[in-house]
Design a protein around this ligand. Sequence first.
Ligand code: SF4
Ligand code: SF4
Length: 433
Amino acid sequence: MNGPDGGAHPAFHIMAKPTGARCNLACAYCFFLKKEHLYPDSNFRMTDEVMEEYIRQTIEGHRVPHVTIAWQGGEPTLMGLEFFRRSVEVQKKYAKPKTHIENTFQTNGILLDDEWCRFFHDNNFLIGLSMDGPGELHDTCRRDRQDRGTFDRVLKAARLLQKHRVEFNILCTVNGINADHPLEVYRFFRDELSVEYIQFIPIVERENATGFQEGDTVTGRSVRPEQWGRFLVAIFDEWIENDVGRMFVLNFDAALAGWLGIAGTACIFAPTCGLGVALEHNGDVYSCDHFVEPDYLLGNILATPLIELVNSEKQRAFGTAKRDTLPRYCRECDFLAICNGECPKNRYVRTPDGEEGLNYLCEGYRIFFSHADRPMRMMADLLRQGRNADEVMPMLAAAKRGREKVPAKVGRNDPCPCGSGLKYKKCCGRMSR
Ligand code: SF4
Ligand code: SF4
């Protein structure tokens, strides 16, 4: 199969939405709830026929030994556990020898109980649990249909997952309110919830009735660009001082990949899009989870093989547009190789000289990338030498302590006095420039 530029791609990613937009909560900023109008007469339940086609075509379309079956919402637990038991049987039916199949499952946690968690554990599901921080911060936007907060129920779900030793990540959406409490949010996940994997997702919600990517004003719930930058900086400083190698913040790993010259471990920072499509409950395939709207409908897997849809002209054009529509401001940006203009769904503001297509979050990313530049370069150097990124912590601590103590006679090519084994200019010298 071909990728966005026509070259061969051995793998792609599909996010399946077995309940479409349907969810048992009514989170204030959910862009999917508004999309129920796309399928006005639907019961929003994936049939076994669509599920089997999804799994068969995904497994058959991969030429790598690792296949991910991704379940997302809406809220996938609304399908009931038996649907997923059947899906595991279908996976066994189509599994190729020496292929490892992993299931990922994004949930708000409300319906989880011992039986769900036993199933997740026994079948190695990797869970993404949506949580926005400690009690009040979580409850601000994550509310149920009776307008009650959901924190206690989600916390219970997290404890159940831990009790059953289910692997899970936290997906924390960052809105205009919790963004002002970065350390409170981060320390809650680290110290009280005791999780190691976190992803922060900025809420950029455009003011319109459709939930589509249109309009150029954002709601008050959205995170402001500089607020997003400050949020990342505050958590980065805490992480880089104490937690490298023991807490995994996807946003930092994805950015570090850019400093290593391999941007794209997360699609938002990849140069092009196109290899992550969304599968609706009825088999319809859209260009991306963020573009489930009529203009981005590629076809239906019951009529056209998934691999043809992923490889279609239309999808290739969607993928390369990310790179080809970058404004000059991005093309000349010092951080282009790391950021690549971030996600196209957020590109609707004007550059300082008036060109269209700049990312709404640009200012925040510039704040964060500038701030993280030196430590990121140090970690990238360590990794290139086959060393561990966490060695950056004592190096930074030594640099901090010794900033005034370093004798003037230490040359930039001399070994660094902190004992790292690196040249001074590649180590603490960076920090004292
Ligand atoms: S549109 Fe955004 S979310 Fe979708 S693939 Fe591109 S970068 Fe990723
Ligand atoms: S930081 Fe801003 S200017 Fe630079 S590539 Fe990203 S969006 Fe474009």
